[in-house]
Unconditional design. Structure first.
Length: 335
């Protein structure tokens, strides 16, 4: 199935340039890009599961726009929900595409495409939008009109920086703060932080006595890059990986996590369940998990399938703090 709007846009009055590389920002792993010439497209996707899915389809994919050259003949932007991140994409595309080259903007109404259309129309001439499948696509010509939209550092806590679009970019997430307060004064030597974000929780772990190394596992490359800037402690290990699939070289003594439970706007509690399974798989037999979750999510049954000991240790009206110990070994496959 072709992309419902991109295909219509490219079949109409607009056409891709016949030569030159095409910059594609932000498509998901399931986005149909079959209308694009695969040999000329350079895709920027920093979310590891989507990145890997696109690579598996044969596309050229890079995790971040830094390092890509100027001089693209065209660009296509699939806007994210975060307004600051979307604007930064527009600024980068407008600067990296040759002057006058086409830049297409595609997005859902729920992700703010109407506001983006209004904001760009105030700065540049835009094509007639194509509306379909609860979204719109339109085009403008590249030029130096969006430099003030480039991403700038945010400062969510003293000593920490983030960039627009990463989770909880403007302040420390309340659930993570609750979890940090509930951790014991002393922690075991090897700890993993699943879904480590920009590193605040891992920094609190590193402040505890007993810790010899902390593995920060994060699928969002932009967030992990922030974590690298925020944590210079040599005990930190950084992994740009899908936390649900990551396995350390050696088992860890403890896992801390504030797992996501949304994919885009859709609630997906199975994602948190996959984090729990991954945590159990990477722990030593005597290992322990500490996690925070929205109070309405039924993770206790999932924890009970993967651990011999499960307990709630605190929280508030919106969040619950859970701990689990002694992971259940996964059954060996029959031969």
């Amino acid at each position: 199935m072709t992309h419902p709007r991109l295909s219509l846009a490219l079949q109409g009055a607009d056409h891709l340039p016949v030569s030159g590389s095409i910059l594609v920002l932000g498509p998901g792993g399931a986005t149909d890009l079959s209308d694009l010439p695969q040999d000329r497209a350079v895709i920027v996707q920093g979310f590891r599961p989507d990145h890997d899915a696109l690579v598996a389809q044969g596309w050229t994919v890079v995790p971040q726009i830094a390092g890509t050259p100027d001089g693209f003949s065209a660009a296509i932007i699939f806007v994210p929900r975060a307004r600051g991140a979307a604007r930064a994409m527009v600024a980068e595309a407008a600067a990296r595409v040759v002057a006058g080259g086409p830049v297409w903007i595609d997005g859902q109404k729920t992700d703010g495409i109407d506001t983006m259309l209004k904001d760009i129309r105030a700065r540049a001439a835009v094509s007639a939008p194509v509306a379909k499948a609860h979204g719109k696509i339109f085009r403008f010509d590249a030029g130096p009109r969006f430099d003030d939209w480039r991403a700038t550092d945010l400062h969510p806590a003293p000593g920490f920086v983030t960039t627009p679009g990463v989770f909880s970019a403007e302040k420390v997430d309340h659930g993570s703060a609750l979890l940090a307060e509930a951790l014991p004064d002393r922690l075991p030597p090897r700890v993993a932080d699943l879904g480590a974000g920009w590193g605040w929780l891992a920094a609190q772990v590193l402040a505890r006595p007993g810790v010899e190394e902390v593995h920060l596992i994060e699928a969002d490359r932009a967030a992990l890059d922030c974590a690298r800037r925020n944590i210079t402690d040599p005990r930190a290990r950084f992994h740009w990986e899908d936390a649900t699939r990551f396995r350390p070289e050696a088992s860890v003594d403890a896992v801390v996590m504030n797992p996501p439970f949304h994919t885009g706007r859709a609630a997906e509690p199975a994602l948190g369940a996959a984090f729990i399974a991954a945590a159990a798989a990477m722990l030593v037999p005597s290992g322990r998990l500490w996690m925070v979750a929205n109070r309405h999510l039924p993770y206790e049954a999932v924890l009970a399938r993967h651990f011999r000991e499960v307990a709630e240790i605190g929280g508030d009206g919106g969040f619950k703090l859970l701990t689990a110990a002694r992971p259940v070994a996964a059954p060996r496959p029959r031969h």
